[in-house]
Write a protein that binds this ligand. Structure first.
Ligand SMILES: [Zn+2]
Length: 215
């Protein structure tokens, strides 16, 4: 699998008008790469709020070493976890810890529509709340861990977040990062266009890259 990016687009030039066909007033971007991965979904029945808190705390800790998305809350607490392909033992360790909390806890693999249907059915049967999941801005499919995310915000706190699934992200992949960002926005169903030129500004860390939008 390819390394997958997360892109943040920041503006300090007032309110961006992204709902039209052209994206204006955007000045900066931050680029991060996302790793290829192994995934699992965990469902645990929490008998009281203390146990719910214990489960949430566990996944908060896991967030420091893996990607985590909460899927449901209430009687059934569900989380999806994504980790590097060479760190998949952590998925077994999580299942083990959850079994010590509730021996009937579930570890669902592969993470697909069947697994999502199980979570949905458990929530419906127990009166738990199913949380919303990002939708790919290109193909419209639900995606737990988007391959790319573009966040565009203005000084006035107005903000838009567009997600792209790993498949669409890979299809739009370009050798030059600025072309890649533009390709994702061009393919977006919302018909978002960047009028200005995208130029790398500085690399903040191994995974982050800032951009400026030249006028
Ligand atoms: Zn897609």
């Amino acid at each position: 699998m390819v390394d997958l990016p997360i892109v943040h687009v920041l503006s300090s030039m007032g309110k961006p008008d992204w709902w039209g066909s052209t994206l204006r007033n955007v000045r900066k971007m931050l680029f991060q790469t996302q790793f290829s991965a192994m995934r699992a979904i965990y469902c645990v029945e929490a008998v009281n709020s203390a146990q719910r808190k214990q489960i949430d705390e566990l996944f908060r800790e896991i967030q420091t070493v893996a990607e985590v998305r909460k899927l449901s809350t209430g009687r059934i607490v569900s989380y999806a976890v994504q980790t590097k392909a060479n760190c998949c033992e952590i998925l077994d360790e999580i299942a083990e810890v959850l079994r010590s909390i509730n021996e009937h806890s579930l570890c669902l693999q592969p993470v697909d529509n069947v697994a999502m249907d199980i979570v949905s059915d458990l929530c419906r049967a127990s009166g738990s709340t199913l949380l919303s999941v990002p939708t790919c801005g290109i193909c419209g499919e639900k995606e737990l861990f988007p391959g790319a995310t573009i966040t565009i915000c203005s000084r006035g706190n107005a903000r838009i977040v567009r997600y792209y699934c790993p498949r669409c992200t890979a299809l739009e992949c370009k050798p030059k990062v600025s072309d890649f960002v533009r390709a994702l926005l061009d393919a977006d169903r919302r018909n978002i266009r960047l009028q200005a030129e995208v130029k790398p500004l500085k690399r903040k860390s191994r995974r982050d890259l800032s951009f400026t939008i030249a006028r």
